[in-house]
Design a protein around this ligand. Structure first.
Ligand code: TRP
Length: 457
């Protein structure tokens, strides 16, 4: 490793500098396109408040326990995703779970970087005031023409991935932690400001009702599937991210409190993003169920009509880009840490190899949306396939393995040791028993039921 921190202490593994640094890096990974793009449109498609309540229950009963389990695996082993399992369970075949995690992150980063690139293009459009200009193209055609074209999305994907690589190459403390420390507060202020603007629009009250007054008649099994998938995606679970970041956390940090704060921060961000988007959607009489185009078609339409909308659009797409970057660096770090440890590569070389591979896969994703015919597998575009296989299959399997590993293979002593730092932190016995019960029975059952329902569909 050639970055500054390891120059000072050769041979020492990179780590986060402070517990605030860990928190912002974890929250940075969790808060991303999942909060600003995926959550609002899923809320819109699944009927509002009832979906949000189900989502919150999943975050508490499944999300937090899985987050803590990954934390335990990472910090106990001080190793990257695959080596972590091999360290804690030598000789077993658990290392396979690490490989699944790497594959999962590879797929995620490939399409995530394409969407991040769309964010860059839309930021350019916002800066040129394209959304507020009278003569501009209709926004739905603007989006479909852009996302199905060849060069512009590829160039933007390249820029986004280069930015991600630029941060990851500087290491954990000097790259990831530093960037997140500055950008997360900025992101929070921007989203909060937009939410206040949106909540004070005349007619915005209907959006607030939609977010907070549940209508249970709209709930189906699909609502539960979507809510669980979103809890996994938004908390970056089942993909080795928390294992990898956890391995950079010092032995005296309180991982229970870090985990709880991460889940809380992610949820608060999602709810504020909902408050930024839904009241405006209702104030302008637009249907909330637009789907994935919500952020790239519906919102620009709103910016076009809102007083000072052109400026708000710039802030919004800056926020989207920052949120996407603090997440994409975490996905890349999972793969880079694996390559460094498994192939004994220098960080710089590892980042270059990983970036080039993801770049090629991302190009396929982008081109499959329309520019090149026939880039399809199993009837889906490569883009949709990567999204589906990672978020709906691999992350769930990864989560299942994590809970089985911590609940049954490691067991109470290791969980107790990690949560209390070897008896130093006062964590009540009943809490650890409750956590183990959730990990051994509730979480595996819930994940299996959801996977079976998905297969049957
Ligand atoms: N949680 C991020 C979001 O909400 C996405 C993300 C970051 C992620 N790292 C991940 C998803 C690792 C899966 C795995 O946008």
């Amino acid at each position: 490793m050639k970055n500054a921190s390891s120059h000072k202490q050769p041979g020492v593994r990179d780590s986060f500098g402070s517990s605030f640094g860990v928190l912002v890096a974890l929250a940075g990974s969790a808060v991303g396109l999942g909060n600003l793009w995926r959550f609002p449109y899923l809320v819109g498609q699944n009927g509002g408040a009832a979906f949000i309540l189900i989502y919150l229950v999943f975050v508490c009963l499944l999300g937090l326990p899985i987050l803590l389990s990954e934390f335990i695996i990472g910090r106990r082993s001080q190793a990257s995703a695959r080596a972590a399992y091999k360290t804690l369970a030598p000789g077993g075949s658990w290392g396979f779970a690490g490989i699944l995690a790497i594959v999962c992150c590879t797929l995620i980063l490939s399409f995530y970087s394409v969407v991040g690139g769309w964010g860059i293009d839309y930021l350019f459009k916002a800066v040129r005031f394209d959304f507020t200009r009278e003569s501009g193209a209709p926004l739905d055609t603007m989006f479909s023409t852009f996302s199905t074209s060849t060069w512009r999305p590829l160039i933007c994907h390249t820029i986004f991935l280069a930015l991600t690589a630029g941060i990851v190459i500087s290491g954990v403390k000097n790259g990831i932690e530093k960037f997140s420390k500055v950008m997360m507060p900025v992101l929070f202020l921007i989203i909060l400001g937009i939410a206040i603007r949106s909540l004070t629009l005349p007619g915005g009250g209907a959006g607030v009702d939609y977010l907070f007054k549940p209508d249970w008649s709209k709930v189906t099994t699909d609502t539960f599937l979507a809510a669980l998938g979103q809890a996994f995606f938004s908390l970056s679970l089942g993909s080795g991210m928390v294992i990898t970041y956890g391995s950079y956390v010092k032995k005296d940090a309180n991982i229970l409190s870090l985990g709880a704060q991460t889940a809380l921060a992610d949820t608060v961000f999602a709810l504020i993003a909902g408050c930024a988007i839904m009241p405006a959607v209702f104030a302008f009489g637009i249907s909330p169920g637009e789907g994935p185009g919500l952020v790239f078609i519906t919102l620009p339409h709103i910016f076009g009509q809102l007083p000072l909308g052109g400026v708000i659009a710039i802030f919004f797409f800056v926020a989207l880009l920052l949120a996407a970057l603090t997440s994409s660096i975490s996905v890349m770090e999972v793969i880079v840490a694996f390559v460094i440890e498994e192939f004994k590569m220098k960080r710089r070389t590892a980042v270059i190899v990983v970036t080039l591979s993801i770049w090629a896969l991302g190009c396929l994703c982008s081109l499959s949306l329309g520019a090149v015919d026939g880039l399809k597998l199993f009837g889906k575009t490569i883009f949709d396939l990567f999204d589906f296989v990672s978020a709906n299959v691999l992350m769930l399997i990864g989560g299942l393995i994590v809970v089985l590993f911590v609940g049954w293979k490691l067991g109470k002593k290791d969980v107790h040791d990690e949560l209390t730092n070897g008896g130093k932190l006062p964590i009540p016995e009943w809490f650890i028993d409750l956590l183990l019960f959730l990990l051994r029975f509730v979480a595996p059952a819930a994940i299996l039921i959801i996977m079976i329902f998905q297969l049957l569909k």
